[in-house]
Ligand binder design. Sequence first.
Ligand code: 6PG
Length: 234
Amino acid sequence: SDEIEWWEYDDAAEMADAVAGDIGFIIESAIDARGAAVIALAGGKTPVPVYEKLAATKLDWKRVTIIPTDERIVPLGDALSNVTMIGKTFLPKGARVIPIVPKATDDYKAAGRSADALMQDLHWPLDLCLLGVGSDGHTASIFPGPDYDEALNGPRERRALGVMPDPLPPEAPVARVTLSREGIVTARALMIAVTGAAKKKVIEQAIAKGAGSPWPIGRVLADAELPVDIHWAP
Ligand code: 6PG
C-alpha cells in the first residue's frame, strides 16, 4: 500500500482504547453493509489489552466471526494456542471463533491444507486483519526465510498454509498455520498494533525497503491493497 498511517500513543493502554474503538467501528460497518463481520485477529501478547477493551464494546456479536491470523499447532486449550486466547475473550460474547487448526498434528503441511479448505468457506475479503510484528520482522506466522516465499509468493488462491519456522521462535517453538498473502493483503482494513522501539525500527526499515524487504512485514505493507494503519506505543 502507498498509504501507511502511523498512530502513536503515550502507552499501551491508550493504544488499546483507540484500536479497540477502530475495530468496533469496522465490525459495526461490516454488519450494516453485509449483515456480518469476518475478522482475523493476531495472537501473541500485544493485542490482549485490545481484545479486553473490544469485548466490552456493545456490538451484535452473534454476527461476528473471528479467526486467528495464525495458529501454533498445539492442542486447543494449550497455553500457546492463539484461538484459545481469543476464544476466552469473545466466545462468552456470542461471537463465532473458528479454530483454524482443529487438532495438533505433526504433519504441519496437512494442517495448512485443512486450514486453507476451512477458510474457503468464509466470505472473503476479510473485513479486518489485525497483525502483530515480531522483532525479526515476522507477521502472522510468516517468518523470514523459505516459508516467507511460499506464504507470500504462493498461488494467489491459497489463503492459509502450514509453516515450520527456522529457527523456531523461542517463545513458541512449534510449527504453525498462517494466513498467506491472499488472506492478509486483500483485507478491507489492515491494522498493525505493536509496542516498543525495536519493532518500530523494524517496520520503518521494512517500509523503506518496500517489496524487496527481507522482512515479511515489509512485503505485506508493500502489497497491501488498501491503506494500512500502524498503531504504536512505547
Ligand atoms: C503469534 C502471532 C505473531 C505475533 C508476533 C508478536 O502467533 O505469535 O500471531 O505474529 O503477532 O509474534 O507477538 P507479541 O505481540 O507477543 O510480541
